[in-house]
Design a protein around this ligand. Structure first.
Ligand code: TRP
Length: 352
């Protein structure tokens, strides 16, 4: 069986370091491992519109931002097809046929959708398009014969629904045309979801607690210095808590032993630093400056690639449109297979 990878993001803002550890790093690893037949990353503008109907400009303008974030983080357009969801209209048609295979109560049970409905305060006025986005996501995945979907934990319900839809299609129309896709989660548990600077469970644009991949050095430093540590750690001599401490959480995600040699040679590794913090006698400023050094080193090459890319936006848009055309040809083939399986072949009524 071929190995086809597909994943995507909604273009509602720039990517931050939470996206990096939660998904980009995983994608870069898959890209470097190779051994796949196709690798798609879809910029999910149509899905973003399901809860931004009145905010088209935001979605439209963030397409290029997300593309630049991918490329500057190291996603290679030679290895990965980065395309725009709305530029593959076959996905909408596939969605339409899938809608007949899903019940309203099944959509209402999707735990990720439920959480999002709560977060967005939709209450009983949920846009139908929003409630149905798991069906459209199944179309995104199944249209390309995807076998592997690298995502965060919150997307597992979407994968489950996608497999259900594929099975239901197979049962209803008696032909197995879709491989059943599997999710791949990041290896490092600490990275499944990076906490925000304020200690909030999630780094998120709306909570204003993110470090963006594009942030300038001074901004990164100011954000790191403002990060939540331990409210009980007031004097340097106080014993401090490492668990729930944002600086240590980020160090868990970004710090390697070689950073100690370079920036903090009094310690051999993160365990020693944590032990000292727990004992007392280690101040927040010191651990924050250490984290700042690490993040600056990590973000600098990403930022400079971004600046180079920003000089030729046309080249990026051209790449996105060309890739969307290629993706479109694949989705059109799948749609034809679906119609064949369903017996939607009206042309046969023509006498000659
Ligand atoms: N739901 C994903 C998100 O919110 C975006 C997405 C759309 C996606 N279609 C997809 C992810 C297909 C993986 C596969 O980020």
């Amino acid at each position: 069986m071929s190995k086809i990878i597909l994943t995507g993001d909604r273009p509602t803002g720039n990517l931050h370091i939470g996206h990096y550890v939660g998904s980009i790093a995983n994608r870069l690893a898959l890209q470097e491992q190779g051994g796949f037949d196709k690798f798609y990353i879809m910029i999910a503008d149509t899905q973003a519109l399901t809860d931004n109907a009145d905010n088209v400009d935001k979605v439209k303008n963030n397409i290029i931002q997300v593309a630049i974030d991918y490329l500057s983080a190291g996603i290679s357009p030679d290895k990965v097809n980065i395309f725009i969801q709305s530029q593959v209209p076959e996905l909408a048609e596939i969605t339409m046929y899938f809608m007949n295979l899903v019940t309203l109560s099944r959509l209402q049970r999707n735990p990720t959708v439920k959480d999002e409905v709560k977060q967005r305060g939709f209450n009983s006025s949920i846009p139908v398009g929003f409630l149905c986005y798991p069906i459209s996501q199944a179309a995104d995945i199944l249209a390309f014969g995807t076998t592997i979907v690298p995502v965060g934990e919150d997307q597992l319900p979407m994968l489950e629904q996608t497999r259900e839809i594929a099975r239901s299609f197979h049962n209803t129309y008696g032909k197995e045309i879709f491989p059943l896709p599997e999710a791949v989660l990041p290896d490092n548990k600490a990275c499944h979801r990076l906490v925000g600077l304020d200690g909030n469970a999630k780094m998120s644009k709306s909570l204003n607690n993110c470090i963006y991949l594009k942030d300038e050095p001074e901004v990164v430093k100011q954000k790191v210095m403002s990060a939540y540590t331990d409210a009980g750690h007031i004097k340097v001599s106080d014993a401090g808590k490492v668990e729930g401490n944002v600086v240590f959480t980020y160090l868990d995600a970004f710090c390697k032993d070689e950073h100690f040699k370079k920036y903090l040679p009094e310690y051999a590794n993160l365990d020693e630093l944590k032990a000292h913090y727990r004992r007392g006698g280690l101040g927040d400023v010191k651990i924050k400056l250490f984290l700042n050094n690490i993040l600056q080193e990590f973000l600098e090459p990403i930022r400079s690639r971004r600046k180079a890319l920003e000089g030729d936006l046309d080249a990026i848009y051209t790449m996105l449109f060309e890739n969307s055309k290629k993706a479109r040809a694949v989705a059109a083939e799948t749609l034809q297979k679906m119609k064949d399986a369903m017996g939607l072949d009206y042309q046969k009524f023509l006498k000659k």
